[in-house]
Ligand binder design. Structure first.
Ligand code: ATP
Ligand code: MG
Length: 545
């Protein structure tokens, strides 16, 4: 027996033990609707469904729930496949609800033949007006008692295109007085003339999600149909379909909590709006919570999966701090990313006592967390840049960076002393004139000078000019419950710097992440044809463990 790590695996284990399911046939599915790009919430569902597959040596299909032709596109389907691949999951098959349209239609005929479904001539508005409320039962449709023959004839005519959109539908005949509104003769087929991205104009009737889903699960051999909590009230209908159609073994629907993350919105509808209104540079904008955005941002898929594993699977909805995700990313990158040096706001430093034209190489540690330490060479010479933020004309007490008449260590190189400051005509600091301490070279420091601060630098001769971008959140925290997202937009979610970086970052693959020392984790990114350094995550850990 496998060890359960969440309540769903616990249920599966109990079912295996009691003989209710065959332990060799455990099957789940990941069921996105191809109407947008996947987001972090989907990553949770992916980890859960593929986690069960892997644990029980079972199966998991990618099931594209394409029963809503007006919103679905091939582009989205392809993006979904790419995202799943990025996370490293492999599905057994790709199946679509539309692959089963013929069978679903036959099952609907079967329901009619059993007296479990009827063609209703009420409009969608009338149906909804007669559905009743939580405290009052609904009203039965006047078409509810049509004969099986008449229903079959009308249902066939619906398919043949005899009736306009919305003028008729097929409804399950269940119970208009049910306390569960989903059971009040729900619509299971509608007429809709809309070109489907896979079946074209073959169909003008489409099954509703609640009818199609249990059938597709059953036809695939799904044993456990895992979905989010908002489908809990739909479970009686899911079961009704399986029971009336005699599914054996009948798949079991189990609901789990949706992932909500502070400062993020994860509804595809809203994310689409951001793209369409031009608030972001597309679905893959590095600020987007889409998987393609996270990938573009440089979030390692391992870190995302680690995050999903740590937050676990619960039965009750809750909100996870975004800083927790960032902490997972930081932890991964701290262990795995190479170090490099860049300055966001270059300030020129001339080392006056360093020989003109001389250049030497210093040893720079690639990642101090590696078990076997590796170093690489960096050029050092008379002209370098430090970050303007690392120099202060009016330093506060305990200022360990560079100040006039003060010392600081240049990472992996020498201790320098600031002798003089050159100002431009507006009185801004333009350049620092420093001297270096010759016998203070890192790894071989015999100078005896104690300095508390170490700062990064970039050698002028080979440093590259580059735009460096840091990000804030797209959304501010809600100020009040139910606040609309449009009022929460953070209009200043990108900060741009014209920095300098050592050439090393261009020698690796474009997606390679770096810890730019004392600056953050970054990767190269091409934005509108121009290469920039784009922030993955800051160095600061504000997650409250
Ligand atoms: P959206 O509201 O963003 O459109 P959805 O639920 O309609 O999301 P689907 O494409 O239908 O998205 O969902 C595919 C699967 O992913 C479903 O099983 C769904 O429950 C799950 N899922 C979607 N969002 C989340 C989330 N935030 N947390 C966990 N699972 C999610
Ligand atoms: Mg949906």
């Amino acid at each position: 027996m496998v060890e359960a790590t969440n309540f769903i695996e616990q249920i599966i284990n109990e079912e295996i033990e009691s003989g209710k399911v065959d332990e060799n046939k455990i099957q789940t599915r990941f069921p996105p609707e191809p109407n947008g790009y996947l987001h972090i919430g989907h990553a949770k569902s992916l980890c859960l469904n593929f986690g069960v597959k892997e644990k029980y040596n079972g199966k998991c299909n990618l099931f594209l729930d394409d029963t809503n032709p007006s919103k679905e596109k091939e582009e989205y389907e392809e993006a979904i496949k790419k995202d799943i691949e990025w996370l490293g999951f492999s599905y057994d098959k790709v199946v679509h609800a539309s692959d089963f349209y013929e069978q679903i239609y036959s099952y609907a005929e079967k329901e009619i033949e059993m007296g479990n479904a009827f063609v209703c001539d009420m409009t969608p508005e009338e149906i909804s007006a007669n559905r009743g409320t939580l405290t009052e039962p609904g009203k039965e449709s006047p078409y509810r008692n049509r004969s099986v023959e008449e229903n079959l004839k009308l249902f066939h005519e619906m398919r043949e295109g005899k009736f306009p959109d919305g003028s008729k539908c097929l409804r399950a005949k269940i119970d208009m007085a049910s306390p569960n509104i989903n059971m009040r003769d729900p619509v299971i087929y509608r007429i809709l003339r809309e070109t489907h991205y896979r079946t074209g104009d073959k169909w003008c009737v489409y099954p509703m999600y609640d009818f199609a889903h249990p059938i597709c699960d059953y036809l695939q051999g799904v044993t456990h149909s895992l979905c989010t909590l908002e489908f809990e009230d739909h479970r009686p209908l899911y079961d009704w379909v399986g029971i009336t159609l005699g599914f054996n073994p009948k798949p079991r629907q189990i609901e789990f909590a949706r992932l909500n993350v502070t400062n993020l919105v994860m509804s595809k509808r809203y994310l689409k709006r951001l793209v369409e209104e031009g608030k972001v540079d597309g679905w893959d904008d590095p600020r987007m919570p889409t998987l393609t955005g996270l990938r573009n941002r440089g979030i390692p898929s391992e870190a995302l999966k680690d995050f999903c594993a740590r937050i676990g699977i619960a039965k009750a909805n809750s909100e996870v701090q975004i800083s927790y995700l960032e902490a997972c990313v930081r932890e991964y990158l701290n262990a795995n990313a190479e170090r490099a040096m860049a300055v966001l706001k270059p300030l020129k430093v001339t080392i006056t006592n360093y020989p003109d034209g001389k250049s030497e190489q210093v040893d720079f540690e690639i990642n101090p967390n590696e078990e076997i330490k590796r170093t690489r060479k960096i050029n050092f010479s008379k002209h370098i840049y430090i970050d303007a933020e690392d120099f202060s004309l009016a330093p506060p007490p305990k200022y360990f960076r560079l100040k006039k008449d003060g010392y600081v260590r240049l990472k992996s190189a020498y201790i320098i002393h600031c002798d003089d400051v050159v100002f431009d005509k507006d009185g801004n600091v333009q350049e620092l004139l420093c001297s270096y301490v010759e016998d203070s070279r890192s790894g071989n420091d015999t100078s005896g000078i104690k300095v508390k601060g170490t700062i990064q630098w970039v050698n002028e001769a080979d440093g590259k000019d580059i735009e460096i971008r840091k990000y804030g959140y797209l959304l501010k925290d809600a100020e009040y419950e139910g606040q609309d997202f449009s009022e929460r937009m953070n209009e200043n979610s990108v900060s741009v710097f014209n920095g300098k970086v050592e050439p090393y970052v261009f020698t690796n693959d474009i997606d390679t992440p770096y810890q730019l020392m004392r600056t953050g984790y970054f990767k190269r990114l091409v934005v509108k044809g121009k290469e920039i350094l784009s922030e993955i995550v800051s160095l600061k850990d504000n997650f409250n463990k």
